[in-house]
Ligand binder design. Sequence first.
Ligand code: AMP
Ligand code: MG
Length: 408
Amino acid sequence: MRASTYPLVEVDEAAALVLEHTPVLGVERVALAHCIGRVLAEDLVSPTALPAFPSSAVDGYAVRSADAGKPLRIAGESAAGRPFDGTVQPGTAARILTGGVVPDGADCVVMVEEVQLAGDVVTTPKPLRPGTNFHAPGADLRAGELVMAAGAQLGAAELGLAAALGFPRLPVRRRPRVALLSTGDELVEVGQKPGKGQIVDSNRWALLAALREAGTEVHSLGIGPDEPQALRKLVVDALREVEVLVTSGGVSVGTHDHIKPLLESLGTVHIGRVKLKPGKPFTFATLPLDGGKKRYAFGLPGFPVSSLVTFEVFVRPALRKMQGFAAFQRPTLPVRLAYDARASADRTEYQRVTLHREGRELVASTTGSQSSSRLMSLAGAHALVRIPPGDQGISAGSIVDAVILSLP
Ligand code: AMP
Ligand code: MG
């Protein structure tokens, strides 16, 4: 064992430092079908008005409001996609169907239920208000109006809007490609029966899910041994293909922990220890490449909860920043503690809680033992509550801020 020489950095300072080093990735133009969940890279301005023409909202008759109450001769029909070419002259009406163009001359539409029909003569009620029962051009969007700002995530409504405005492709931010490596001589693949002293590599599956949820493209490197040369080769080969490296295990100060020295030999380690529980040995490095480019390496601790909590606190915001998300942090909400939260003496603790509603409040219950090996403390958790270091703790009934993972 050797004592760590890395300074112990405050959580917020470490998170800010990671973000400072994280670039926003470039832009690619992507077909709408593949844009779901992606982040718009440029402000989208409407090239046209929506609707582009006065469009009937109902089935009925397009008339001049000045003709209210008079018998009107039906001069033609305007159906969706099949407009009436003529003009509605005084004393006439045009039959119109939902989505049909309101013809020239008409200034309102009367619903079919409100008229009296005799052969090809229609009589409307009195009075009629101009502008009723149709969508005026530009009522939904004016030409030149801002539709969505850069940084917006593209979901169903956003993609529908883009299509309505005539964009078959959109400029979106590239997604980070991430190489994911589990390290440890004790690890075996899931499905294999662990021998004496062996455990199943669960971190890779947990981190794969977390990385995908964060919007990245994951290249799995499998399990690496606690052997410097082999690790070096795995990492160096992978860095040609990706922007980001995420490893788990091997970041402590044991004689079999090789990730920190490896990252130091390849680049600059900016963070090697954080005042965070769980996750003290979290490591962050930038690795220069030929041509001035950089790669970003996150060495996560091996304990399963430590790896996922450090992912939440440091890695996920960075990956979302890279994708251009305007909102790259999880939301935080005030919650009422239903338990006495003991504090760690010297580290900020992210305790895992479930939430339930009591009236208008969210109430947080502990998920039980907060051991860094106990994934059961995170499975089903709705939030992480931040307990500052000290000998005080926070007593039940207090209001604290919680990082929301999901709402009950
Ligand atoms: P390390 O950070 O390498 O010292 O690992 C600390 C502990 O985390 C190990 O003793 C294992 O119990 C556990 N661990 C490390 N890597 C993994 C993994 N990939 N999956 C599950 N548990 C792991
Ligand atoms: Mg290890």
